[in-house]
Design a protein around this ligand. Sequence first.
Ligand code: PAP
Length: 333
Amino acid sequence: MAHLHSETIESSKTPPSQFISSKSHTENLIETLPTREGWATPLVLYNNCWIRANSLKDSMAVKDRLKPRPDDTILAAHPKCGTTWLKALLFTIVNRSRYTFTDHPLLTSRPHQVVPYLALRPGDLDIVETLPSPRLLSTHLPLSLLPSTVSTLGCRIVCVCRDPKDAFISRWHFEKRMNQGMSIGMDEAFTMFCEGCSPYGPFWDRYLEYWKESLARPDEVMFLRYEEIVSDTPKVIRKLASFLRVPFTQEEDSNGVVEQVEDLCGFTSLSNIAANRPSRVQHEHAGDKLVVDPTSLFRKGKVGDWVNHMSKDMGDRMDQLVAEKFKGSGLIF
Ligand code: PAP
């Protein structure tokens, strides 16, 4: 099991004194990039992707420093679209011969602890290089910020997206619960989201990028929507197992293993384990402290909750935007 903890990456050598500069090339570049405030932490636009300023350097390092392996599986989930759920499902499916359901890591650890991220914190990349193959990794980054060898080596990718109305509402509640809180109201946050300015946005570019990759590499890239996982979870669990080349045997099927995976990774089960009960989980990003309560990753887990928070007019505006952005792509909500 991967153990996640923050480490600081130290530069390996001190440069000769005449070359000492107080800022690195990356830091100088970051200063030239557009920045926007409003969400719980400032966002910076890099490579057409709004990334939290405090994780930008680590995100930028992924393209150069990650060494993809042909048997890697990468969960490329747009935030608030089912990352936590899919981390649990994928981990449980691929490790089902290793752990029993009564003594399972997900009964004591959060899904985010068992599947590492690329790359939210300094040190994340060092950790993933030490993992044995086959690795199960996760990212919110666009495909274009991953090494191109992810595609050429044929790494498997599982992407997940969600009706942007629900993804926005989930995002809104999450940001409000972060220690920094929000400096703007829902209307302004909605406007920023529709302008593409939300963590890892524009959402349409992220969805489309992975959607196109799934069309180009159908055997290696599986594209899912949160709504389809909710509507028939056992079907998606079977699909994921076949995709990962570990299909359920007839014996497993008749022993109810698919249903056991579903129950262990379900909202009720995961949100009730001690590791996901209220507490303060602190992440350090470049000296910034982000405090996240794990319960904020388990809010409602419903499809269509947006109607309880957004006006009909906002819903219509988002639907219109979605229709415009995805026109002709074959991707519909
Ligand atoms: P992240 O990107 O910050 O990791 P992510 O896990 O993608 O978040 O999304 C959180 C959403 O998934 C929450 O949706 P909501 O705010 O609309 O409720 C959360 O409730 C939902 N979620 C988390 N775990 C599960 C699960 N096991 N089953 C169904 N939904 C879940």
